[in-house]
Design a protein around this ligand. Structure first.
Ligand SMILES: Cc1cc2nc3c(=O)[nH]c(=O)nc-3n(C[C@H](O)[C@H](O)[C@H](O)COP(=O)(O)O)c2cc1C
Length: 201
């Protein structure tokens, strides 16, 4: 039986528009004002959870999912959609990990907040794709993220290839948008941890 929270989420699930070639043709390469405006920046934090694993296997875009309670800071102020910002994976407290020093830096990210209409998910998820090649998985590790802007609504697709193409555009749009000085400076934000190090292996 669905919990009260799940029932509420289902009730609020919006009908997603189908992606069209016209939509792709007019997509801007940079989005948002020259510096983040309310409700951004939005701070998120939580242990990384496993999703269905389709991001890495089917879309070539692995995602780190946040637990339900970590989604509220954004789901309470922003609509479902694709967002951009920065994220950092933190090593375990003992510093023992397969990750290297470069993996635990602050990296650009794109985030999908919603019901993944293409896969017809039943619950709202926040999935962060960190734009960095990690040495290993980091499920269970803490992740901090700062969401700085909105890219586009979640869409439904008639093919997986079209979703993959849109995600590639999202990544380029995020990098272009984050390159502006008033966004780039958030890489140094105190929400992130600059004291952590990992044991060299
Ligand atoms: C940048 C980005 C944009 C996405 N846009 C959409 C979208 O428009 N529609 C959709 O159904 N899913 C979208 N997704 C979600 C993917 O479907 C989801 O990440 C994938 O199903 C992997 O989830 P899983 O790891 O739980 O299997 C997007 C994901 C990312 C990272």
């Amino acid at each position: 039986m669905a919990t009260a929270a799940e029932v509420a989420q289902l009730a609020e699930r919006p009908e997603a528009q189908l992606q069209t070639t016209e939509f792709r043709a007019v997509r801007p390469q940079i989005v948002g004002p020259d510096s983040p405006e309310s409700p951004f920046p939005i701070l998120l934090a939580g242990p990384v959870q496993k999703g269905f694993g389709r991001g890495g296997k089917e879309l070539g875009c692995p995602t780190a999912n946040l637990p339900d309670e970590s989604i509220t800071p954004i789901s309470s102020v922003a609509k479902p959609g694709v967002y951009y910002g920065y994220a950092q994976v933190l090593p375990p407290k003992d510093g023992k990990t397969e990750l290297c020093q470069d993996d635990i830096r602050v990296h650009p990210m794109v985030m999908s907040l919603g019901w993944n209409p293409f896969y017809k998910n039943e619950i709202l998820t926040a999935e962060i794709h960190i734009m960095h090649e990690f040495r290993s998985d980091f499920y269970g590790y803490d992740m901090n993220a700062l969401v700085l802007g909105y890219i586009r609504p979640e869409l439904d697709y008639t093919s997986r290839e079209a979703l993959i193409e849109d995600i590639e555009v999202d990544k380029r749009v995020a990098l272009n948008s984050l390159a502006r000085p008033q966004y780039a400076k958030y890489q140094e934000d105190p929400h992130f941890d600059f004291s952590c190090t990992v044991a060299t292996s």
